[in-house]
Design a protein around this ligand. Structure first.
Ligand SMILES: *[C@@H]1O[C@H](CO)[C@@H](O)[C@H](O)[C@H]1NC(C)=O
Ligand SMILES: *[C@@H]1O[C@H](CO)[C@@H](O)[C@H](O)[C@H]1NC(C)=O
Ligand SMILES: *[C@@H]1O[C@H](CO)[C@@H](O)[C@H](O)[C@H]1NC(C)=O
Length: 250
């Protein structure tokens, strides 16, 4: 339910984003010589049949084309080759829901135009189209000269050759690896139910007093009980912190 809600929310954000850009009347600027068609560009480059299929089935190709042709939004696409897709574990794509396929493709789209040099100016984490206006689906970039490395937490990859650039709006770079977003391939575990965390607390408090050598070496029972008291306080403080953390995560 939660994920359905957030998918719906994401879908709304995406459509808002794109309708916003299309609502802006065509920016005064050089008229393009013809409508930009991302699948045609990739088709001409060869070796992108899987990506083209995904761009079409998710309808992201249409959105990219209309964003590019309506306004002055820049787009950078990190385009995994067919070889990159065939290096994935068998069944990876088929295991994804339609929504996850959309997220996977959008993860390869940065909503601004970037030359190779401009990758150096990015600060981490870098927002991708999959993240909408919040900061899900980030990736990190490290550069050295014209070498650009990208890490997602699951995939380390290097930005490849420029497949296409119109020098103002659209840049497409070859990727020899599919960038796997953590949010899709390693979803956060569901927050633990209250019951187990309660028993954890009980187990912890049962264990705690049977404690330290300090404690046993202390002769005076007064000091000893003070020490025990202090460590119990610390323990409760720890449990409270843990509970607060769990609550804020869920
Ligand atoms: C990019 O990754 C390659 C291969 O892992 C590594 O040798 C290189 O030092 C990295 N470069 C940067 C700028 O991180
Ligand atoms: C990405 O960079 C941010 C900020 O430097 C860091 O907190 C995060 O752990 C990095 N993530 C990965 C997957 O490297
Ligand atoms: C990616 O690179 C980081 C740091 O260089 C390394 O710790 C990690 O194991 C690498 N991950 C993969 C999947 O190669």
């Amino acid at each position: 339910m939660g994920s359905l809600m957030s998918s719906t929310f994401l879908a709304i954000l995406i459509s808002l984003h794109f309708s916003n850009t299309s609502a802006q009347t065509a920016a005064p600027g050089p008229a393009p010589s013809g409508p930009t068609d991302i699948t045609a560009i990739l088709g001409k480059a060869g070796q992108y049949t899987t990506l083209i299929r995904l761009l079409k089935s998710t309808e992201i190709a249409d959105r990219i084309n209309s964003a590019l042709n309506k306004g002055n939004q820049g787009i950078t696409i990190m385009a995994p080759t067919d070889a990159a897709f065939s290096n994935l574990k068998p069944g990876t794509l088929n295991s994804l829901t339609d929504q996850q396929k959309v997220q996977l493709v959008q993860f390869h789209v940065i909503p601004s135009f970037l030359t190779v040099q401009q990758f150096q100016t990015l600060s981490n984490p870098v927002r991708t189209e999959a993240g909408g206006s919040d900061w899900q689906f980030p990736l990190n970039v490290t550069t050295s000269g014209s070498e650009v490395n990208i890490t997602t937490g699951l995939t380390n990859a290097t930005l490849g050759n420029t497949v296409y650039t119109d020098k103002t709006q659209l840049a497409v770079y070859q990727m020899d690896q599919v960038l796997l977003p953590l949010d899709v391939f390693m979803p956060r575990p569901p927050p633990p139910a209250p019951a187990p965390s309660k028993s954890k607390k009980a187990a912890a408090s049962a264990k705690a007093p049977s404690g330290t050598s300090e404690e046993t070496s202390v002769k005076s029972s007064g000091i000893k009980s003070l020490i025990v008291h202090k460590s119990t306080m610390l323990l409760y403080f720890g449990v409270a912190l843990l509970a607060a953390t769990l609550l804020s995560v869920s």
